[in-house]
Unconditional design. Structure first.
Lengths: 338, 338
DNA sequence: TTGTAGGCGTTATCAA
DNA sequence: TTGATAACGCCTACAA
């Protein structure tokens, strides 16, 4: 709120307000002399355009709403960085809302709409969000990381099926045949697709689907602990464990330690996302990595494209390829396993 | 951009625009019948006030600019959550900029000013930022986590000296007398204060300051590796290592592993910030924890207070107390250590 | 209690 | 090329 207005600049330069506006925006052609006067006046006064007024007039704010989930996972942090960076590069500011609860998401949706944001990037928390649905009728919305399947929208996602397939392929190559999956029971597409990818891969390798090897729980550390305990207690033969999130992996690791089960000698382990702890663990964990930064950038770019050619182009679904990082938590299964 | 304006609502309700405004804001007294008509019309039309226009008129936007550093550390993520939450609770939206480079910080500062933000929360990257300094003359600014010492401003910080003191106290109690410090050479107050805290604690316990035990480098994983290697190569007796950040700790851990130095049998270790990997490490690491969420919340609250009573109250410096979490990476020093 | 008029700072339209 | 004039959507002041 410097208080210096365009009119102040115009007066000092001895021109009309519209002329000053034209000079400062570099639009139309203005007399060289006047131009210099205006520029001088502007810099002398330390003029800073009021984007509120400009936006009101232009009916476009240059603000993007970003509705993130309240996660401290590195993935979501880096995703956000990609979004901010791509925004900055294209002259857009990002207002962020962070929440897991639907009512708060609604609050943010309202706030975003009130601020006349030009578009919204959302990491959906549930299958469908009426507030977002309503807004999406008026302004472009891009989903990232997850997809609320109820409505078809622009989305930037990981190729989740392939991610799990890579993990299973790796294990099968090592000789594993009893591969367990720890997954989150939340109804988000990432989980559904990862489970599906696991099953596909099993089929591909001619391995049977065994319910006892598929453990669903919260995708939290506690959920990982519970499902790992359940798996071990069940007594079914198992030589490798796959998790859909590193939260569950953390839980699994703790239970394995308590029970003094050696990784990878007795049990191989694969996680999702490459984070510091996964690297520094003993042993370092083999994981599937997501290109978080690129996904964030792409989401912003897709959104900006949708804003510009607001043509009714039908929803684009962009899938990013995961990458397998092999470390020491995976090895051939023990001899005596079956 | 629903397109529905206050005037639309007023027309449909058969009243004047100001009357509709009064009803919707619940200000002044209006006839009960008219009131209902307006509310009905508003809900039928799905009216959503345009905050741009309102802000332009009221000269206050309800937007806070948050200039964060490009860190994926859990501390900064949780800090941001505290800021967003406190903003939402008080009806403020937060536009975030994330960057470590001064020129980008400048860009964001400009953007924030252009949006007429009501205030700014900044995690400073350098000792002083001219762009922020300039803005701070017009609108309230609160520093959080770090402090750019050149100018005195409202700030919400950790009691860094005390943090290191707690760590040293703990080690001394265990019997350590050769305590090394790995710190970042960047000129940010957190580092300076933590080094100072380490030295104070040594003095308090009658231990000598030994330059060979104070290793400065980047506060990165690489910096941690380099300084740890340097420390071990120097051959000076050392029984415990303290780091000012977990990035450096991660580097230290890797070097210790490579050299097969056992923690805590041969060397005790204390880090900064409680993160998942620190808990899941073998052994789990003793750390000093920062109340990140509370610090974020407090920063927002302090800023909002400064905005409201824009009285020239002189800068408040709020220090949060750290907490020592004792795990298994610290134990009495080996017998043969001097 | 309600409506009219004006203005927040900017850009778009149209004459000159 | 330049400058009046109006408008974006809202709120405040004043008059009715």
């Amino acid at each position: 709120m410097t208080g210096v207005t365009l009119t102040d600049v115009a007066q000092r330069a001895g021109v009309s307000t519209p002329t000053a506006s034209r000079v400062l925006r570099g639009v139309a052609t203005v007399d060289q002399q006047l131009k210099e006067k205006v520029l001088l006046a502007a810099s002398e006064l330390g003029y800073q355009p009021n984007r509120l007024a400009r936006s009101l007039r232009e009916r476009r704010t240059g603000i993007i709403g970003f509705l993130n989930v309240g996660s401290t996972a590195k993935f979501h942090t880096v995703l956000a960085q990609g979004i901010y960076d791509a925004g900055l590069e294209n002259g857009y500011a990002v207002v962020t809302g962070m929440s897991d609860t639907t009512d708060r998401q609604q609050s943010y949706a309202q706030i975003f709409a009130g601020f006349q944001v030009d578009g919204i990037i959302v990491v959906p928390t549930s299958q469908s969000d009426p507030a977002i649905d309503r807004i999406a009728k008026h302004i472009p919305v891009v989903e990232v990381d997850r997809s609320a399947s109820s409505v078809s929208r622009h989305s930037v996602l990981l190729d989740n099926q392939h991610a799990m397939e890579m993990a299973v392929d790796h294990l099968v190559e090592l000789g594993h045949r009893h591969i367990a999956l720890l997954y989150g029971v939340e109804q988000v597409n990432t989980e559904l697709e990862r489970v599906e990818g696991y099953l596909c891969a099993l089929r591909k390798h001619g391995l049977p689907r065994r319910e006892a090897l598929m453990l669903g729980d919260d995708f939290s550390e506690a959920g990982g602990m519970r499902s790992t305990a359940k798996l071990l207690d069940s007594g079914v033969p198992v030589t490798a464990v796959l998790t859909t999130t590193n939260e569950m992996l953390a839980g699994a690791v703790q239970v394995l330690r308590e029970r003094e089960i050696n990784v990878p000698e007795q049990l191989s382990l694969i996680g999702m996302d490459d984070t510091r702890w996964v690297r520094l663990m003993t042993p370092p964990v083999t994981v599937v990595e997501q290109p978080a930064y690129d996904m964030g950038k792409k989401a912003m770019e897709l959104l900006l494209a949708a804003i510009d050619e607001k043509a009714g182009q039908h929803p684009a679904e962009i899938r990013f390829a995961p990458r397998l990082i092999v470390r020491s938590s995976t090895s051939p299964p023990p001899f005596d396993s079956l």
